[in-house]
Ligand binder design. Structure first.
Ligand code: NAP
Length: 241
């Protein structure tokens, strides 16, 4: 059974569109108090209107995850203004490998592509976890979900979009490390793959809706106290690292 008895505060990064929007939507339907991380003021206004239209109470908060150095103070201000964050979904990410998108070659990868991908997809979740996990540990409750990808799975590692793949492998490592540091109490730190999802990142040919892509992240965000930690899941089932 999901852990839904207490109204928890959840933060979902990159929640103005795509899978992040669907995760925020579903968590609000499950009666969580949801903060939707968005990059800037314009996105905050658009996201507030989109959530209002659906009749759900989700509050946009401005978090540009590419600015990792600013994240601790930004998050502290958000927690002071709203509430301590019990559930963190690190969802925001970029896929900027090129040319060729999913076929982009290692030999075309520039240092700039790798650096920018690393900043958004790895430094940001690392900084956010470092800022929020100690409070979760002190309060004795926390759920951290890192939205990863089978593209980062070493067991199936292959060519194509190398900067993104490298970043998701690192995010998986971060998941294991944070889970180990959080210990065996009621703090659960897991990674998930949403599958191939129809979003700006996944493209129009992907088979899954954002709602379907959100399902495993929502499950991990609402795990009961005896739920798993330090795992990597797709469709609520463990997958190889
Ligand atoms: P998306 O449609 O491209 O949306 C990405 C979200 O991240 C947007 O809300 C975007 O905000 C936000 N974001 C990016 N950089 C940001 C920054 N610096 N600050 C704040 N927000 C930022 O991607 P998606 O398909 O929903 O992907 C969501 C997650 O699922 C990602 O972690 C992705 O790697 C993972 N994933 C997706 C697929 C797939 O098939 N779609 C497959 C495997 C894994 P803006 O609107 O401001 O750009």
């Amino acid at each position: 059974m999901p852990d839904l008895k207490t109204k928890r505060t959840a933060l979902v990064t990159g929640a103005n569109r795509g899978i992040g929007f669907a995760i925020a939507h579903k968590l609000a339907e499950l009666r969580m108090s949801v903060l939707a991380g968005v990059r800037n003021e314009a996105n905050a206004i658009a996201a507030a209107a989109a959530f209002d239209k659906l009749g759900i109470d989700v509050k946009p908060v401005i978090i540009d995850v590419a600015d990792a150095a600013a994240l601790p103070s930004t998050l502290e201000a958000i927690e002071q203004r709203h509430a301590p964050i019990d559930i963190l979904v690190n969802n925001a990410a970029i896929l900027i490998d090129g040319p060729g998108g999913f076929n982009a070659s290692l030999f075309d990868m520039t240092d700039d592509t790798l650096r920018r991908t690393w900043e958004t997809n790895v430094l940001a979740p690392a900084a956010i976890i470092r800022t929020l996990l100690p409070g979760m540990i002190a309060r004795g409750y926390g759920r951290v979900v890192n939205v990863s990808s089978l593209a980062g799975q070493l067991a199936g590692m292959s060519s194509g979009f190398p900067a993104y793949r490298i970043s998701k492998t690192a995010l998986n490592a971060l998941t294991r490390i944070a889970a180990a540091e959080a210990g065996k109490g009621n703090i659960k730190v897991n990674a998930c793959s949403p599958g191939w999802v129809r979003t700006d990142m996944g493209g129009p040919d992907a088979p899954r809706s954002p709602e379907k892509g959100a399902e495993t992240a929502v499950w991990l965000a609402t795990l009961p106290p005896d739920g798993p930690t330090g795992g990597f899941f797709e469709d609520k089932k463990a997958v190889r690292w």
